[in-house]
Design a protein around this ligand. Sequence first.
Ligand code: LMR
Length: 437
Amino acid sequence: MSNWLQCSRRCFWNRTNYGTRALSSFDKIPRAPPDKILGLTEQFSKDKNAKKVNLTVGVYKDNQGLVTTFPTVAKAQKILDQDENMNSDLSYLPIIGSPAYRKSTLNFLFRDSCPESGPKLLEQERVSFVQTLSGTGALVVAADLLAQFVSRTVWIPNLSWPNHTNIFKRHGFNDVRQYSYYENGKLTVDKWIDNLKKNVKKNDGSRHCIILHACCHNPTGVDPTVEQWRKILDAVRELEMIPIIDMAYQGLVSGNPAKDAYVLRMCLDESRYGNWPHGLFLCQSFAKNMGLYGERVGSLSVVVPPNQPESKGNVESQLKQIVRSMYSSPPAYGCRVATLVLSSDDFKRDWYKDVESMVQRLLNVRQGMYDRLGWEGLINFEQQHGMFFYTGLKPHALNRLRDEYSIYMTMDGRLSLSGVNDHNIDYVCDAFKAILD
Ligand code: LMR
């Protein structure tokens, strides 16, 4: 018998005796690890402990543990419900989104949030825009466009939202690097700038992108000061990098969304930076600051360099192609709600009040935990803001919290503050004390 025949008989035999089925192409697909944030919620729902506490995902809950609808959002929904035309229109939106949403979001981002520099950019037709599936969708579309035409290298802070790396690796970036952001409870701005200056060569032909968290850094909650931002942006500009601003928590520092866009305002300050010769990307979302999480309402704005009249249209045409091939067009309902909220000064004023009360509750919880824990030595508490409390706890402590107390946090030591309320704050803090003793 030839070797070939022997082998093929043996292989066939092995296969038919392997379990009770033949090998399939699906055997090549391994099990992926659970998502570092959303995967924990799945685990949480299976936990039978009546005292369990979910402090994982960044979703705002009220003192009763409920995901609330902002009063302004509820008002907008009511108006939409009563509007027959809106209500019955279940057709597709255009590929790049609703024109009304585009107008109101651009106004909010480039007029309300950047009154000095933004209006000029809009008037000069220098902002390409696409409605996206929240901030994640904006990052994905941005990554796709950049990887196709501009750059496959991106710098992500260490630490960062774990999905940043996923997104860029999966969407064409073969060079995903980290810059030093935070170590032992402190920002490492000098090291960050050093990292960039040593490794980014502006004339070597490769273009480097950089992810900048606009505010409420995720997971640490600690942002550079304005002075530090100046130094950082000076370096980023000098090295001709492409800023990708991830603005998912606009409003959660001060309670005033427009005010919290200070990094965007700084970047667009022409007197300091002139223009960004290779563009600037703004990925934005209304998930957190309007509580529109599941509606997936966000946007990508690409600020193109001046004196290139064709760039805005070219970029937008590519964004269209990307969206069409990925999910065709965005969902319609949530963006109608956001458009209404942004539609008048009265509405916006009420919305700002909603954001303010959310921020106030987050601050109260933060303070409540601080008072109970007295953790001055452990972590730089006063500098943190936004949805999260970064504890710095290590995996063995986090495992104990989960296994012994059914308190779930992400494994980077982050805790979503609004999961803590008057009913569980003592339980949570006592558990923290017990595992740290
Ligand atoms: C988070 O960090 O918890 C949020 O941004 C939600 C998410 O999609 O991960």
